[in-house]
Write a protein that binds this ligand. Structure first.
Ligand SMILES: C[S@@+](CC[C@H](N)C(=O)[O-])C[C@H]1O[C@@H](n2cnc3c(N)ncnc32)[C@H](O)[C@@H]1O
Length: 272
């Protein structure tokens, strides 16, 4: 029953139904999760990415979160992060911004999120990282000056927005000439073309595009046990949480494995 309800809601959202209510609903959900579920060892809310080949370097204390850090590692790999001003839009509980701040020597990282409770939690959970701050704001109206950032990161957040093209235009505005926009998120197979048109509204140059679905499924497999353990600790909504977390057997897990849902990574650059 929960699965059917979940997939009905997802497909209504996918069809672009109720964009403003959808935005409000996501904020309500993330505010509630952060208010009632403040686990100190839960810093990521993405489905993860396991690269092929040799594992990327991580400190032993970060190994547990390898699958989720993977999405950020692939997002910034090879980009000029050293001494850069980095903005993450939709930073959630802050683990990704924290990873960039601790491993890639940026001048500063700002994590922006629409959910005030999540921003409060991210600030608390990531106080140990250098040059990192979090603030509340909307992806579609970025509260920053033109050209304020060298790199904008956006991971698994855009599916919550009412107007992705407006977000893309804002990214272009806050990027400095020559700056980078690195993006990853999922959509149902039939709407990837629309997503690309929305992102193209930025006027930025598309530099690379990849379908990373298989590597995301590998991460879902790798993290499954840990997620089930966490979900097992909550007294209610276990079924909903296992759908939300993309546990094995969930609507999302099946969609990704069957190719009905596609997880993409894109990189864009602003003309110098
Ligand atoms: C699935 S979580 C991903 C969080 C983080 N990127 C990660 O990988 O752990 C999506 C996040 O996007 C945020 N979000 C949703 N709509 C937003 C908006 N309009 N502006 C900024 N953030 C938004 C949510 O509050 C949530 O924290």
């Amino acid at each position: 029953m929960t699965s059917r309800m979940f997939s009905t809601v997802l497909s209504a959202f996918e069809r672009g139904a109720f964009p403003r209510s959808r935005k409000w609903a996501w904020r309500f959900l993330y505010n509630s999760l952060s208010r009632f579920w403040g686990d100190r060892d839960w810093r990521f809310m993405n489905y993860g990415y396991m690269p092929e080949g040799a594992p990327f370097p991580l400190k032993p204390e970060d190994e547990e979160e390898r699958a989720f850090i993977g999405l950020y590692q692939q997002a910034v790999e090879g980009l000029p992060v050293d001494n850069a001003r980095v903005l993450e839009v939709g930073s959630g509980r802050g683990g990704g911004s924290r990873y960039i701040a601790r491993y890639h020597k940026p001048a500063a990282v700002v994590g922006l999120d629409y959910s005030p409770e999540t921003v409060r939690l991210a600030t608390k959970l990531n106080a140990d990282a250098p040059a990192l701050s979090f603030q509340t704001g909307d992806a579609e109206h970025l509260p920053f000056a033109d050209g304020a950032f060298d790199i904008v990161v956006n991971i698994e957040s855009s599916h919550c927005y009412a107007d992705v093209a407006a977000f893309a235009r804002e990214v272009e505005r806050v990027l400095t000439p020559g700056g980078w926009f690195t993006f990853a998120d999922m959509r149902s197979k039939g709407t990837i073309g629309e997503l690309d048109r929305q992102l193209a509204a930025s006027g930025l140059t598309l530099v690379s595009q990849r379908d990373i679905s298989r590597r995301v499924v590998a991460a879902l497999d790798a993290a499954n046990e840990r997620k089930l353990k966490r979900i097992g600790r909550v007294p209610f909504m276990k079924r909903f949480m296992s759908e939300f977390a993309g546990a094995k057997g969930s609507v999302l897990y099946k969609g990704l494995t069957k190719g009905q849902v596609v997880y993409v990574a894109r990189r864009y650059r602003k003309a110098g």
